[in-house]
Each structure stands twice: as C-alpha cells, then as structure tokens.
Design a protein. Structure first.
Lengths: 325, 288, 237
C-alpha cells in the first residue's frame, strides 16, 4: 500500500512539473522555436496515428501523410473557401478523414498484411497525385494559401504561443484517449489482430472490422493533424503530403518504438527538434536517420522505448536478485 | 503515333520489369521485400553519370563498369541490411531496407547535389521502323533489357551456379546440407538483382533527368508490377512491368500527363481487389 | 570411422544432448532409435555442423566438431534431412546435379556414372527427370532426396527418418534401396522412429531417450530385449 501511494505521488509530482515546464516553455523561447515545437506536436499526432494502426493493430500503412492531406484540404476548403467556422472545419476534417479511411479500409484490408502495405503506398501516391493536380479542390501544384487562422467564438489564434497552448492541449487529450484505448477491450482486440489473426477470429473478433476501426481512428488523428497544420502554417501544398514523409514516419516510429505513444513522441522529436538542436548537421540529418535505423534495427529492434523497457527489466531483475541474495 | 506509344510503353515497362525481377530474386532468396530496390536504379544512373560525364568515358564502357560496381554494391547492401538481421522478424528487415533507401538518396544528394543531371544515350538519333520514327534509345532499351532477362533466365535455369542460387532460395537448410555456402549464394543473388536494376537506371537516365529521387517512383511502380504479375514470379514481374509501362504511357497521352501515375496506381488497387495473387499467382511453394 | 564421445549440444539455452557416445564403423549400418524429441535429429545436425556443441566427434581420426558445415560435407558426410527437403522449384535432374557439388564444387566433372548408380537404385526417377520436385509424391521425393545425397559420393550417409509419412509398400522399396546402398560399401547412420524396420536392416543399434543413450548393442540382441520390445516394438510378453 505504501509503495503504491509513493508511486502515485511521484507520478503526480512529475505531471505537475511537466505542466509547469510546458506552460513556461513557449514564454522562454523564440517565436521560431515555438513554431518548431508546434510542428513537433502536429507531427506527433500523425505518428500517433501510426501507433494506433501499426503499433497496436500491426498494419503498416504508408498512407498517413495522405490522410493528413485530406484533413488539411478539408479544413482549408471549409474554413477559408466556404467560410465555415474554424471549429466546424476542424471537426469536418477529423470526421471526413476518419470516414474516408473507414470506407477505403473495407477494400484495402481484405488484402493480406504485405499486400495491404502496397495498397497504402498506391493510395498515398494516388492521393498525392490528386493533391498536386486537382486545381479546383486543392489548388493543384500552387496549393492553397491565405488560410484563416483558428478561432473559437471571437478569440483568434494568431500567434505561435497561442497555437502552442492549443496544439499542446489537443496532443495531451489525444494521448490520454489513446492511452485509454490501449487499456480498453477495443485496444486489446487491435493487439490480438496484430499478434495472430487466426487466433483473434477464433476469439470472436471480426478482423476486417477491427482493422478498419483502427484505421479510422488513425484517420481521425491524421485529420486533426492536417487541420491544425493548415491553420498553423496558413499555406498547404501537395509536397507536404507525399510518400517520402510517410516512409519517414514509419522509420521514426520504429526508432522511437512502435509499442508505445512515447515512441511516437520520440519519433516526432527526431523529425522536428533534433535537426534544430544539431543545426550544424542539418544537411546530414536524413542520412543519419537512414543509417541510424539500419543500425538500430540490429541492436534495438524494439526501438528506444523497447530498449528502455529491456534496461528497466534488467535493472529490476538485478535489484530483486540482490534482495534475495 | 500508336506505334511510338507502344514502343515507349514497352521500353519503360521492361525497365520496371528489370527492377521487379531484382525484387523478386531477393524476395525468393531471403523472403523480404526490398524497399530500397528503386534506389539502386538511381545509384546506377549516378555512377554512370560520374563515369560518363565527369570522367569522360564512352557510354558503353561506363555502362559495363557501372553494372559491375552496382552489383558489388548489392553485395555490400546484403551484408549491411540483410545479413545482420537474417534471423529477425520480417518487419525489422523491411524497415532496415527503408532506412537504406533514405540513406542512399541522401548520400547521392550529398555527393552529386540536387541539380538534375543526364548522361549520353546508348545511341543518339532515331530509327525508322515500319513507317514510325522511333528514338534509338527506346529501341535499344527493349533489346538490351530482353537480352539481360534472357541471360538471367539462362543463368538460373541452365547453369549449375544458377541452380545453386535457386536451391539456396528454396531451402537454405537443405542447401547447407549439400555443402553450398549459403552466404555466397545469397550474395550472388543480390549481385545480380542490383546489377539488372542499376542497368535499368543507366538505360532510363538519358530519357529522364537523373535526380536522387528518381528511384522512388520507379521502385514503387516496380512493386506494382510485381504485385500485378504475381508476387514471387519472375515472369510475373516482367509481364506486370510491361503492363504498367503501357498503362503509364497511354494514360499519360489519353487521360492526362498529370494524372498518369494516379491511373497506374488505381490500376494496381483494382488489380489487388480483383485478383490479389496476381496474374501468375503467388509462388509460395518455391519459397519453401 | 565415426567416433563420438561425450557430445553435448544446445539449442539456445536448452540442452538437447547430454553427453552422447556413439560409433559407426566402416561399412556398418547403425540404427539410432528413439521417440519424438529424444534428440535424434539434433545428433545428426551436430555431426553435420548445424548445431553448437561440445565434445568429440572424430571422423577417420579428424576432429570435425569445430568444422564448418561446408567442410564437413567435403569430408564425405552427407545428411538426408527429416522431411526430405527436396528443392521444390528445381527438376528432379537439377536436384540430383546439385548434389554433386559435395565432391566437385563448381568444377566441371563427369557425373554420368553417379546418375547410373542412382537410377539403378531408384529406377522410377528416370521417368521424372524433367518434373519439378514439388509435384512428386512423398515416396518419390524421398527417392530424390536420397538420390541427391548419393550423387554427392558420400563416405558416410546419415538418414533422418526415411520412412516418415510413406505408405508401407513404399517404405519397403525405400529400405531395399537403403540396404543396397549399404551393401555397396557406404556406411549408414540410420535414424528411425520405425524401430522394427531399423533393427531389421542394421547390424548395431543405439536407443536414445531424452538426449541420452539408454541402450546399445547388436540389433539382433536389442530386438529380443524385453525393454526394447515393450517401449519401441509395441510388443509385450
């Protein structure tokens, strides 16, 4: 009992500390850095979507950036072109992308693991093609610019710092919801499908529907991510939503560790923050990631989170054996 | 006009077929999908560029040397990407090849810059065949790719070395019991796989610009070709490649140049939905 | 010619063989009998160099326990694995020719005589030269597997459960061939679950249980041994 109370106190302390840091952070950084933090969290939401569909449900999808794009363009069209309230645009992005993912999932998830991944590559390329060429809906290669800022009621988010608090709140809420999902029966059914589809269906799980729901949830997250991106940067174009980015997301979630949202966080930090902290290596960043993932897969196939868990387990083991001895 | 389109489509298609063949060889040998395959096409183009343009060697000579160098890079690739992970899960190895793809692209960008480059064509000018005026390059691509494919087929089916490669791919344990050195046999497979892919790069380079991302689309289309043809089947890769090449060219002309890739991948998705195992079906039995 | 002393073999952290000692003499047919999981295949894999081990494996006075698999094959030790493991996508002829690598590597050589020998043993293969191995019946695949091993000019042949999954008539044909091979001068280490057959054709036998040799002796003696009869021959007095 005492140990549990102690643990809870420690967690509470860390959370308060974390919140204090978060609130202070943007106030002590340059506008540029705040933008970087914002982009990190937008990326985090997209990589988190990969955690749901890949880490939890075991389906490697290369379409995440395409889904982000759908979210971004829905928001751009609804809020800027057609003048709907930003919150409506955001909701439309989330639901629209989720719906799209859900429907197309019925076609794609009929395919076995491997073939599903190919089909997501095909989907990504098709989406990118539409983004880059459908002038009416997406502005074609010119993209869409002068997008309205996010606003609620009369309150307009027109500074980086305001966006920081907005996006952070969304990220925290999203993480909590996904964490709850992980512990829920639905989340467990995702993992059952990931680990062994035959066994899962023997337990009464509808594999197709389950994978679809996972994909739809990831669509929800990508839609949010894309929508926030549209509001934040004021300009979107097809080059942001292409296959190389999707590949990168898969790579970084493997680096971070696909077994936990922390891995997604590490991944998005790698994409956005590391190039900033290691400015002098900026040109070599991608090369380092490429070589890094190759090496990492040999030493730490479970990613940084997995490696951390291993270390923790070894530490506990050593502690316990010392007690016994 | 139609003849020109068909020739262009076939010539593009055989290159996709070569890349696809490379992918299938590796898949049959070690059971993984190589996400970096297309980037070896790019590497071949760049190496040939360095030899032909930067060092001034004649194109055919550069071609030959490039082929050997690219094959050797395939062996290096095997030792760096596959061999250390040979007992790991498939998804781990695949992610490693993804990393290699990124690394290759960045490396060539750092070495040769992002300005699009070009190399000499195999033969300049045009040729008249049956009333149609065709660029020599396209015709030569078809001839040369066909020769390469024939050579690979001959190697695999009719020579002892090729049979050894096949045996290793089909059953490593049994091959080892016969005294076959597994790592050598696999290395050879990678050598040939990258050689034909790089050769494809050299052949396409004079037509398209050489950029560090030229392999990405080509690789993805080669995937599509292999899937449509039937994963694991070498004939499938070739037929699939031809199909994709023709679809791309005809879609580009009759639908729109901007949406031609979209059409190609829509065809892939449709093919996956109608017949996921491809034209020739999945070759599972041979993969043991 | 084959002397094994105190062989301990591991699969990862699991010890599968706990100190095996065994002899195969020139021209002998030695049977290794045991139930599933007793360690029979592990023993063969240890000899052919596919399992980490400690202990002594002397082959014609050469210690092969630390040798690599390829080199062991070059010494003339050829294993026909459990479950046949033919190369499914190659033709019968290609399977057989690949077997010749064991003695010639990649050098050009004449293997006509070897083919003759194999087709005398297994005449049915002659009609199937161009057929892909995956399409053959179980018995035919076993013939291909054994023929492939014979093409390698083995000086010691190790057979892992040649009767497995085969119809009784086919098993008889198979064992006729095995006896013929042994009579032709090739020593054989025969691993079998079918104890009765194994004891019939062999001169000496070892019973292995849980990674240890429980009994050994001449096959005739073991066949009339009550313990053996009850446990492996399904007979009781």
């Amino acid at each position: 009992m005492k140990n549990l109370k102690k643990k809870n106190l420690i967690i509470l302390f860390l959370v308060v500390l974390g919140l204090a840091l978060l609130i202070n952070l943007p106030l002590r950084s340059t506008t540029y850095m705040v933008r970087v933090f914002n982009m990190t969290m937008i990326t985090y939401l997209a990589v988190l979507s990969l955690y749901v569909v890949f880490g939890m449900a075991g389906q490697s999808s290369f379409a995440q950036c395409g889904l982000m794009g759908i979210g971004a363009y829905i928001t751009a069209n609804m809020s800027t072109k057609w003048g709907f309230a930003p919150i409506v645009g955001m909701l439309a992005s989330m639901l629209g992308t989720a719906l799209f993912a859900f429907i197309i999932g019925f076609a794609l998830f009929r395919l076995k693991r491997f073939y599903f991944s190919f089909s997501t590559i095909a989907l990504m390329t098709i989406l990118n093609g539409i983004f880059a060429n459908w002038v009416k809906g997406t502005g074609g290669s010119m993209g869409m610019g002068n997008l309205v800022q996010f606003s609620v009621g009369g309150y307009v988010f027109n500074t980086e710092i305001k966006y920081f608090y907005l996006i952070t709140s969304f990220s925290i809420v999203a993480t909590i919801i996904i964490w709850k999902l992980f512990r829920s029966p639905l989340g467990r059914s995702f993992m059952a499908v990931r680990d062994n589809e035959t066994a899962a269906s023997c337990m009464g799980i509808n594999n197709l529907l389950t994978k679809n729901i996972a994909f739809a949830i990831s669509g929800l997250l990508c839609g949010l991510s894309g929508s926030l991106f549209a509001f934040l940067s004021g300009y979107i174009s097809a080059t942001s939503f292409a296959l190389p980015q999707s590949q990168l997301y898969l790579v970084v979630i493997m680096i971070g560790g696909s077994s936990s949202p922390i891995g997604a966080l590490i991944g998005s930090i790698l994409i956005n923050l590391l190039p900033e902290w290691l400015r002098f290596l900026k040109d070599y960043m991608m090369l380092i990631y490429g070589i890094g993932i190759m090496g990492l897969m040999v030493v730490l196939p479970e990613g940084i989170v997995g490696g951390g868990k291993d270390l923790y387990a070894k530490f506990i083991k050593r502690k316990r054996s010392r007690v016994d001895a | 006009m139609i003849v020109q389109l068909i020739v262009t489509g076939i010539s593009l298609g055989v290159v996709y077929g070569l890349i696809g063949m490379g992918m299938v060889l590796i898949f049959r040998a070690v059971g993984i999908v190589n996400f970096a395959q297309g980037d070896f096409l790019m590497l071949g183009a760049f190496i040939c560029f360095a030899l032909n343009q930067k060092m001034g060697m004649p194109i055919w000579f550069s071609f030959a040397i490039t082929a050997v160098l690219i094959g050797l890079s395939g062996i290096v690739f095997q030792f760096v990407t596959y061999w250390p992970l040979r007992n790991a899960q498939d998804k781990t190895i695949i992610v490693s090849t993804l990393g290699a793809s990124i690394a290759l692209r960045e490396m060539t960008k750092l070495i040769w810059g992002s300005t699009p480059q070009t190399i000499d064509p195999l033969k300049k000018g045009v040729v008249r065949i049956g009333g149609a005026i065709l660029q020599w390059q396209y015709v030569l691509i078809i001839i040369f790719a066909a020769i390469l494919m024939g050579l690979v087929y001959f190697l695999l089916e009719k020579t002892l070395l090729g049979n050894i490669m096949q045996a290793t791919a089909q059953d490593k344990y049994a091959a080892s019991l016969m005294g076959i050195p597994i790592v050598v046999a696999i290395g050879l497979t990678f050598f040939i796989s990258m050689l034909i892919t790089g050769a494809g790069g050299v052949m396409l380079a004079p037509i398209f610009f050489i950029t560090n991302t030229m392999g990405v689309m080509a690789g993805v289309k080669a995937f599509a070709a292999v899937v449509i043809g039937g994963f694991g089947s070498v004939q499938g890769a070739i037929i699939g490649g031809l199909l994709i090449g023709l679809v791309e060219v005809f879609a580009g002309t009759f639908v729109s140049t901007t949406y031609k890739d979209t059409v190609v991948f829509a065809v892939l998705i449709i093919s996956l939905l109608i017949r996921p195992q491809g034209i020739f079906g999945e070759k599972i039995a041979e993969k043991a | 010619m084959l002397k094994i002393r105190n062989l301990v073999a591991n699969y990862g952290h699991i010890e599968a063989l706990h100190g095996i000692s065994l002899d195969v003499g020139n021209k002998e047919m030695v049977a290794l009998i045991g139930s599933n999981g007793a360690g029979k295949t592990t023993l063969l894999n240890s000899i052919s160099g596919h399992v980490t081990k400690t202990g002594e494996i002397m082959y014609n006075d050469i210690d092969i326990s630390k040798m690599k698999a390829g080199k062991i094959v070059k010494q003339g030790i050829i294993q026909v694995p459990e479950g046949r493991h033919v190369f499914p996508g190659l033709t019968v002829m290609q399977n057989l020719v690949v077997g010749t690598i064991a003695w010639r590597g990649l050098k050009k050589a004449d293997y006509e005589e070897d083919l003759e020998r194999v087709t005398t043993l297994f005449p049915r293969l002659k009609e199937r030269y161009k057929q892909l191995a995956w399409s053959l019946s179980g018995g035919e695949q076993q013939m291909v597997a054994m023929g492939r091993a014979m093409m390698g000019r083995p000086k010691l042949l190790m057979l892992d459960e040649p009767s497995m999954g085969l119809a009784p008539k086919v098993v008889d044909e198979m064992f006729d061939a095995i006896v013929a091979i042994n009579k032709g001068g090739t020593p054989i280490l025969l691993v079998e679950q079918n104890a009765q057959l194994a004891l019939e054709v062999s001169s000496k036998a070892y019973i292995i249980e849980g990674g240890k040799i429980k009994l050994s002796g001449s096959s005739k003696e073991l066949a009339s041994d009550d313990r053996v009869r009850e446990a492996y021959l399904g007979k009781s007095n």
